[in-house]
Design a protein around this ligand. Structure first.
Ligand code: NI
Length: 518
């Protein structure tokens, strides 16, 4: 991965010490100036604090603003929202973050950062990380936009995110890590991560400035603090910092269309409080790196975020970190499946389809689309017989003909099997040559109870690791799917294919799977 810092680029592995050293950590309990509310999730003001001046107004100088920018859902819709949470009698931990679609350096880095913090926090309390649902209000519905609650226990870890910039190929995301402990008190770590493009260019807030310019930027920050009476006239609170200290003080730097918002703790007679200062680009310019200039230019363009183009089912998910559920559709492809795929693609929701060979032969293009969108395809026999009532030869023929039809259409055979009616016995399983995927949540959607009932069952009956049985041959089921996806995400589930739930490794042939990790 390329790592840009101060305009220089060098190769680094992820989890770099250099990045960790640039984090802004504050051991404080005092609230900020309204922009710092990670534990309660009260949203900061939605608009960027940087408002371009009217043509006739005097040019504004550096000034205190309520907090760093926090883009609203309409600007962050292209990002994939993530939630991971765990609650025990002794502690609660919850994280919200958002990643670009598909596999990206930024997504990998943010997820690794969150994972490390969550697993370490649970480990320090003698627990293995085990994700739960129904913990974070709103779940994984909106990227970095919604509430975050970890309950009332006094031992808490909360990681909240805010997207500070999403324009062209540039994404900037701020993570606020808050640890509350009745003995040690509260500590807050603030990080701003940026990436330009899907392939790399990962950098942090300090990379916005050219090396050696940090004290000049901090002098502009001090100017705003003096003007607002936060520090005494003539006070230069950052002058004594060494180069590394000055750089670290600027780690929480959020790009806006008109400059940068620097957030840092400010000590005054009334104690320490986090304060955000907007410094206009025209004053910053001599001290910006090339990276910083292009980041502000991207934000100023007002252009929407152009996410990497990846299939809907290609967003990586680790079902040991987040609570997963798999929605599965049997008996297709049917005339309804294309419409269902439209919904799944729009929602970036991966699914698993257990297809019948005869149906694939009739609609090979739909099978191609299932695989091309990143969904999983499994074998569901040719004509849907109860295999336990068939002789060996016919069992083999049902499976093999279907494998051949899937392979002819998509180029690859299925790697899992679902028996019609869920009916198998040892003899049948020995004949299959494939693992047997059944389910633990049966929506009984084939009885056509109405879309609302199908959705209520799929959402309400799921627990971590569930495999939900539905059929893409029923109109009411396809109608229910938007509510199924929204409801599951609202509880905090991530959608995953069955294979993803199992960490990409299906069990041996003949083994029965009815759910993922739980
Ligand atoms: Ni079936």
């Amino acid at each position: 991965m390329r790592w840009a810092r101060g305009g220089r680029r060098r190769t680094r592995c992820f989890a770099s010490v250099a990045f960790a050293a640039a984090l802004a950590t504050t051991a404080c309990t005092a609230p900020g100036d309204g922009g710092e509310a990670p534990a309660t999730g009260a949203p900061a003001p939605s608009a960027s604090p940087a408002t371009p001046p009217a043509a006739t107004a005097p040019l504004p100088g550096p000034r205190i603003v309520p907090g760093p920018p926090r883009l609203t859902a309409d600007r962050t819709g292209a990002l994939v929202p993530r939630v991971a949470a765990m609650r025990t009698d002794g502690f609660a931990a919850a994280a919200r973050w958002a990643t670009p679609p598909g596999t990206t350096a930024l997504g990998d880095a943010l997820t690794a950062r969150v994972e490390t913090a969550l697993r370490a926090y649970a480990g320090e309390r003698g627990a293995a990380w085990s994700p739960g649902v129904d913990i974070v209000p709103g779940g994984a519905r909106d990227a970095c936009w919604g509430g975050s609650s970890t309950g009332t226990t006094t031992h808490r870890l909360a990681i909240d995110c805010a997207v500070v910039v999403a324009s062209q190929t540039l994404i900037g995301e701020r993570l606020v890590v808050t640890r509350r402990d009745p003995v040690a008190g509260t500590s807050v770590t603030r990080e701003v991560w940026y990436a330009d493009g899907a392939g790399g260019g990962l950098f942090d807030g300090t990379a916005l400035y050219r090396a050696g310019g940090e004290h000049r930027v901090l002098a502009l920050v001090a100017e705003a603090l003096r003007a607002a009476g936060r520090i005494a006239p003539g006070d230069e609170p950052y002058a004594a910092l060494d180069a590394a200290g000055a750089r670290a003080a600027l780690a929480d730097s959020a790009v806006t269309a008109a400059g940068v918002v620097v957030t840092l703790p400010v000590t005054s007679a009334s104690g320490e409080r986090l304060t955000s200062v907007h410094v206009p680009a025209r004053l910053l310019d001599p001290f910006l790196s090339d990276t910083g200039r292009s980041a502000i230019a991207a934000a100023a363009s007002g252009a929407p975020y152009a996410p990497p183009s990846t299939p809907a089912g290609a967003d990586p998910v680790d079902c040991t970190l987040v609570a997963c559920v798999s929605i599965t559709f049997d008996d297709g492809p049917s005339s309804l499946t294309s419409g269902l795929l439209d919904v799944l693609d729009r929602e970036r929701a991966p699914a698993t389809f257990f297809v019948q060979g005869g149906a694939v032969e009739s609609r090979p293009e739909v099978a191609v689309r299932i695989v091309g969108s990143g969904h999983e395809i499994g074998n569901h026999t040719w004509k849907h017989p109860n295999l336990t009532k068939l002789p060996d030869e016919e069992v083999r023929s049902e499976v093999d003909r279907t494998q051949a039809a899937i392979a002819a259409a998509t180029g690859e055979a299925a790697t899992s099997f679902r028996p019609p009616y869920g009916a198998s016995d040892q003899r049948v399983r020995d004949l299959l040559g494939l693992p047997v995927v059944v389910w633990d949540v049966d929506t009984l959607d084939w009885q056509d109870p109405g879309p609302a009932v199908v959705a209520d069952r799929a959402v309400g009956w799921s627990s971590r690791g569930s495999i939900v049985l539905m059929h893409d041959t029923h109109e009411q089921t396809v109608e229910a799917v938007p509510a199924v996806i929204d409801g599951l995400r609202g509880r905090g589930f991530a959608l995953a294919t069955v294979e993803e739930q199992l960490g990409g490794v299906l069990p041996d042939a003949g083994t029965i799977v009815s759910h993922g990790p739980r």
